[in-house]
Every structure is written in structure tokens, then in C-alpha cells.
Write a protein that binds this ligand. Structure first.
Ligand SMILES: [Zn+2]
Length: 696
């Protein structure tokens, strides 16, 4: 008996065998195809129920089965499960594409929409959104195009997915192709012990002696931050900057040109001027002019701060010039492509290094010393209690719910007598789990059906004599993921595809990021942050230091993010993709460069977010969501961070509404006005009194 093909209320983790997945997914696809076919060939007059809702529900079993399989593949995988997923994922993608490119379905939904318009049928806001979304996703898959163009669109999509993969593979190949092998311990000057140990291990793994540094972030970033050897930092920087742009078979310049050309063509086929216009239409920001205004105004506001950050770094390097750098330069091996030794300006390979020195001078505190104040159990109870104060929620552990691993704890979340849903917390790393932290669902909310939500983290495990003690960064991560989880949990909508976190891509991080703000509030921290042995409260001095350090180089870092956003836009607003020059030139023009640009160094050739992943025309989203969350939190800050009325309004106007209405409307319903990016500038400590009022 295949448990996945039975009816179940709780995911039956205790009864699933690996061999159950394949037949269950195949049967669920068949069932969904059957349902879809029935809608497409129905002779009944199309109604909201028999067409729009029926389409929404057609693949429900497939969604349940695949949610279990895909979620477990991330957090509790095995070779066998990976193989199954590899076999089944293309089938599921193909099914989705087949539905979205089925003309008969499109025509049926379209004819229903016409009838609504003609007969003046009244739909609720939510029904209207579902109808619009359904139609739009057909159109955005090219189904409304004449047959020849539709074929072209499909072919382009296929080529694009190959190119994206090739882009990432090229970048990875170049990344792996270069290493810095050091054999003299003196060359490690400045590097912390843990960094040295990792480099030693890396060398041993490859049968080498000494220390090996690579261009992967865990090796590259600390090297650039701590190494006292300017010449070696320069080498690392140049190697990193040339990823995907070294010529030869792994060069991404041509791949970028082709991706950009194809995306421009896809947009044109669908009737948009540029690829950016196509993407942004379906985002909160809505249009390219809106986005440009947002980016430009934010840039104008942070540029002076970024310049003064650089000035501080300059004065620090001048000081060091007299003490430190002289000595270092004696060790220096001159090479032809190095910048002249007399070069006294700050170079790109100096910035992180001096920024870290400055940070330590100013806010020196040992982040390890904070951990004893954040035992995981206390943090969790503190967060639960916060949700109790804000929304009246209670969390009760239920050990009878089946789990997929012994580390998982399940909580029944309730609002008074009302069951809100299940929360699965899976907090510790294991070899079968990927790194990072995330929130996902086994089932989303719709109607009376309550959600089953999973939060997965990789926090340090307890040992025999010490509980799990979190770093401050991890406390923030926990709050962030719980923010997503409660967006799902407090959902109160009729249709699953509009519930919880199913919102516009540039809005989804707001409810999670806004919760991080509480981590900096002594009033909240004092409710739970006590030393796990002595019971002593977290000293307020620590909190102030954390808060101050958070804004260290904020202007500089913000400009950096904006530069990446401008680069993203530059590549996705060209009308003739094949006419763009080298990626390096496009990028140089798009960015505001305060440091000298180094010939042969380029971010775009390894910018996988936009050329290998799903962030094309969407990189701005990080900053956009920050503006929203800073703004929203300013109301909590004003009304009181535990204010029940404010929280109730936030829940009613935003959290419970999911994607049922445009986020700009939801935002305005809660805030009573448009978003204001001053809130972010204020939080970054960058707002001066004369600055203008800026609206998004
Ligand atoms: Zn998130």
C-alpha cells in the first residue's frame, strides 16, 4: 500500500518509503492531467467555480506529494531521494508548462472573463485577483501569441534555461580553476586561526602541504578581510574579478550577450519594450520608471555617506602607510600587472581590510561572548511569547504528530480556541540537510484548511554539557524565518495560490525582515536573553554596540547593492542584446565607481543571481524590501513595539491577506500612505535634517 496515494491530514512521514514517491508523483500527475483535460473539454458554460477554481484545485494532490518530496530533499535527503527527485522534477515542470501553454484552457478562462465584463458579474477582490493572475500567467507564457511566435517563445525559453545553466557552470569552473597556495607561514600574517586551519585542511584535502586559499566565499571573504599582505589581496581580487571573463571555453561574455538578446526578444514577443518592463509589471514596484526613480533617489541619498566612508578608510590607510604598510611592502613580489607601489590611494582590494580594522577599533566586542545569553530554547520561547503579545497566539508542542527526523519539533499554533495550523521546527545541521535557513509549507492555507509550515535552520547543536547557544546573527535569522512562517500561519484567504507568502516577489521579504527589527530592541531582548548558567540579563552595553556596528559602512554597502541593481537594469533594458559590448564595459557605465576600476575585473561575468538564477531585473528587491520593512517598523516603534492594536492592524491589513490584493494597496491600508524611504535612511543613521521627503 502506497501511503502517499491515500488521504491524509498530517504528512505521514512515519509511513513513507522511498519507493512510494515515484508511483505517487506519476499517479498525481495523471490525476491532475485528467482534471485539467476535463476543464479544457467541458461543454458547460464557464463559471468561476468550474473554470478558475477548478484549475486552481486540479493538481492539489500533486502539490501535496511534491511538497513532501521536495522539502525533504532539502532538509533530510539521501542519494536515493536525490535520484527520485532528479527523475521526477522534469515531469512536474513539463506538466506545469503544458497547462500554461494550453490554448483551450486559456480560451475558456478568457471567455469567462468576457462574460464577467459583459454581464457585470460581481466578483470579490480576491476572486478578481485570482482570475487576473490566472489569465496573466497564461499570457506571460506566450499562449496568446500567434502559433509561429508561440513556438519561437517556447524555443527561446528552452535555450535560456540551457544558457543559465552554462553561465553558472562556467563561473564555477573558473572559480575552481584558481587557488592561492602558500607554504611560508609568514605569508599568513593577519589571518585568524580558524581561517588558517580551514586553509590547511583545504591543502591537505588536495594532497598539498601548507595552506590553500580558494575563490569560494568562505575562503575568499576572510582572506580579503584579514590578510595584512596587500600584494596577496590584490592577487586574490584580480583572480576573483576575472571569474567568467578569462577568455577560453569558460568565458561568459558571449553567454551574457545571448541571454540578454533572448530575454529582450521574449519581452518584445509579449509586447514589452524591454525585459525589465516585462518583469516589473508583475512586481510591487510596477514599472521601470518607478524603479529608476527609487534607485536614483536612494543613491543620491547614500552617495555622500559612501564618500565619507571612503574618506575614513583613506585616512586610516594613510596612518597605516607610515606604520604597517611599509613593512608589508618589503615582502612584496612585484609583478607587471600590479599597481605602482607608490600608489597611495585606496584600491578595491583594500576596502574590506580597512573597514574591518575600523570596525574593531570602534565597536570591539567579542561576538562569541554574546552566545551564552541566547540558548536556543529561551530564544524560541521568547519569540513565541512575542507572537503571544502581538497576536494572542499560543504554541503547544505536540509529540504525536509524525516527524521525518528526531530533531524536529512540532507545535500546534492557536489563536484562543481557534486552531491556526502546525509549525515544524527543524533547527540543527546534519549531513542530509543543505546549508542556510528557510521557511516552506507542506500545505498552504485556504478556506477552513489550515497551513502546515516548516522552518529549517542550521544552528549549533547542544552538546552533553552545553545547550545550543545562538550567535546574534542566528537570533536574527530565527526571527526572520518566523516572520515568513507567521505570514503563512495568519493567512485568511479563500484560494491557496493567494495565501500566505504567495505575494509579489519584491514584497515577500517584508514580513520576515520587519521582524528582525525587534532583535535590536532592549525591551524585547530583556524578555528572554539571559545567561544560560547565571541567569544574568544581557548587558545593555552589548545591545548598543550591536546596533552601532550594524550601521558600520552602511552608506558604502548600500551603494554597493545599488550598483549591482543598476548593473542588472542595464543588462535588461537593452533593445538589441547582440549589440552590447563586453560585460565589463556595460557594468562600468552602470555603476557609480568610487574606487578605481581594475581592467579585466568584472562582477557581471559571475553574477549568477541575474544570469544563472531567478533575480534578473529583480536584484533591487533586497533594497526595496528593506525600505518597506524599515517604514513599517517605524509605525511599531512609534506606537510601541508590543502594541496590540498596531499588531492587529498589521495582521488584518497585511499578514492575513496574502496575495489577494496588490501589495501597494495592502501597504497603504496599513500605513495610511505610500512607502517612504526616509525610514531606511534613518535606520541606517544617514538621515540629515535637510534631506527631502522622498516617496517611492
Ligand atoms: Zn526571507
Amino acid at each position: 500500500m502506497n501511503i502517499l496515494l491515500q488521504e491524509w491530514e498530517l504528512p505521514p512521514f512515519d509511513q513513507i518509503r522511498i519507493d512510494d514517491y515515484e508511483p505517487a508523483v506519476r499517479a498525481a500527475i495523471e490525476e491532475a492531467e485528467h482534471n485539467v483535460e476535463a476543464i479544457a473539454t467541458s461543454t458547460e458554460e464557464p463559471t468561476f467555480e468550474n473554470t478558475v477554481v477548478a484549475l486552481e484545485a486540479a493538481d492539489r494532490r500533486l502539490q501535496r506529494v511534491s511538497a513532501i518530496m521536495m522539502n525533504l530533499n532539502e532538509c533530510c535527503t539521501s542519494e536515493a531521494l536525490q535520484e527520485v527527485v532528479m527523475r521526477l522534477e522534469p515531469l512536474m515542470t513539463r506538466f506545469g508548462m503544458k497547462v500554461m501553454t494550453d490554448e483551450r484552457l486559456y480560451e475558456r478562462v478568457k471567455s469567462y472573463e468576457l462574460r464577467v465584463k459583459r454581464a457585470g458579474e460581481r466578483l470579490t477582490v480576491e476572486q478578481k485577483t485570482l482570475l487576473d493572475n490566472t489569465l496573466k500567467s497564461f499570457v506571460r507564457h506566450g499562449v496568446a501569441l500567434p502559433p509561429e511566435q508561440r513556438e519561437q517563445y517556447k524555443k527561446n525559453e528552452e535555450e535560456l534555461s540551457e544558457l543559465k545553466l552554462r553561465f553558472s557552470q562556467n563561473a564555477l569552473a573558473d572559480l575552481n580553476d584558481w587557488t592561492l597556495h602558500l607554504t611560508d607561514e609568514a605569508d599568513l600574517v593577519g589571518l585568524p586561526q580558524s581561517v588558517r586551519a580551514a586553509a590547511r585542511e583545504e591543502a591537505q584535502d588536495r594532497g598539498l602541504d601548507g595552506w590553500l586559499f580558494t575563490l569560494a566565499a568562505p575562503s575568499y571573504t576572510p582572506f580579503m578581510t584579514y590578510s595584512d599582505r596587500r600584494d596577496l589581496r590584490e592577487k586574490m581580487y584580480r583572480a576573483y574579478g576575472s571569474i567568467g571573463g578569462r577568455g577560453g571555453e569558460h568565458d561568459n561574455n558571449e553567454v551574457i550577450r545571448r541571454i540578454v538578446a533572448l530575454r529582450a526578444e521574449q519581452a518584445r514577443l509579449l509586447g514589452y519594450d524591454t525585459y525589465c518592463d516585462y518583469v516589473l509589471e508583475d512586481r510591487m514596484v510596477q514599472s521601470l520608471p518607478n524603479l529608476r526613480r527609487f534607485m536614483q533617489e536612494l543613491k543620491d541619498a547614500v552617495l555622500p555617506a559612501a564618500q565619507s566612508d571612503l574618506a575614513e578608510i583613506k585616512s586610516l590607510t594613510e596612518l597605516s602607510e607610515r606604520n604597517l604598510i611599509k613593512n608589508i611592502d618589503e615582502n612584496r613580489n612585484d609583478s607587471d600587472d600590479s599597481v605602482s607601489e607608490k600608489e597611495d590611494s585606496v584600491m578595491p582590494w583594500d576596502f574590506s581590510y580597512y573597514a574591518e580594522k575600523l570596525k574593531q577599533q570602534r565597536y570591539s566586542f567579542d561576538s562569541e561572548a554574546l552566545r551564552p545569553y541566547f540558548p536556543l530554547d529561551a530564544v524560541r520561547e521568547g519569540i513565541f511569547a512575542l507572537y503571544g503579545r502581538l497576536y494572542g497566539l499560543t504554541f503547544t508542542e505536540d509529540k504525536s504528530v509524525p516527524i521525518y527526523h528526531e530533531d524536529v519539533k512540532v507545535y500546534r499554533v492557536a489563536d484562543g480556541d481557534r486552531e491556526m495550523g502546525l509549525l515544524y521546527l527543524d533547527m540543527f545541521p546534519r549531513p542530509s540537510k543543505r546549508s542556510g535557513a528557510w521557511m516552506t509549507e507542506f500545505r498552504g492555507q485556504y478556506g477552513d484548511v489550515r497551513p502546515q509550515i516548516q522552518v529549517v535552520c542550521n544552528f549549533s547543536k547542544p552538546t552533553s554539557d552545553t545547550p545550543s547557544l545562538l550567535r546574534f546573527r542566528e537570533v536574527e535569522t530565527f526571527m526572520h524565518e518566523m516572520g515568513h512562517a507567521m505570514h503563512g500561519m495568519l493567512s485568511d484567504v479563500s484560494f491557496e495560490s493567494l495565501s500566505g507568502t504567495n505575494v509579489k516577489r519584491d514584497f515577500v521579504e517584508m514580513p520576515s525582515q520587519v521582524m528582525e527589527n525587534w532583535c535590536y530592541e532592549p525591551e524585547f531582548l530583556s524578555t528572554f536573553a539571559r545567561h544560560y548558567r547565571t541567569g544574568e540579563l544581557l548587558p545593555t552595553g552589548y545591545i548598543e554596540k550591536i546596533r552601532a556596528a550594524q550601521n558600520h559602512m552602511a552608506g558604502w554597502l548600500c551603494l554597493r547593492q545599488l550598483n549591482l541593481g543598476f548593473t542588472d537594469i542595464a543588462f535588461h533594458t537593452v533593445s538589441d542584446g547582440s549589440a552590447i559590448g563586453k560585460a565589463e564595459e556595460v557594468e562600468a557605465k552602470a555603476m557609480t565607481n568610487l574606487l578605481p576600476r581594475i581592467s579585466g575585473c568584472c562582477t557581471a561575468t559571475s553574477f549568477s543571481h541575474i544570469f544563472g538564477g531567478g533575480y534578473a531585473s529583480g536584484y533591487y528587491g533586497y533594497k526595496w524590501a528593506e525600505v518597506l520593512d524599515a517604514d513599517i517598523f517605524s509605525r511599531f516603534k512609534h506606537d510601541g513595539i508590543f502594541n496590540r492594536d498596531t499588531a492587529t492592524a498589521f495582521r488584518r491589513e497585511i499578514l492575513s491577506r496574502g496575495g489577494t490584493e496588490h501589495p501597494a494597496v495592502l501597504f497603504k491600508n496599513f500605513m495610511g500612505r505610500e512607502p517612504d524611504n526616509q525610514a531606511l535612511l534613518r535606520r541606517m543613521g544617514l538621515l540629515n535634517p535637510e534631506s527631502l521627503t522622498i516617496n517611492l
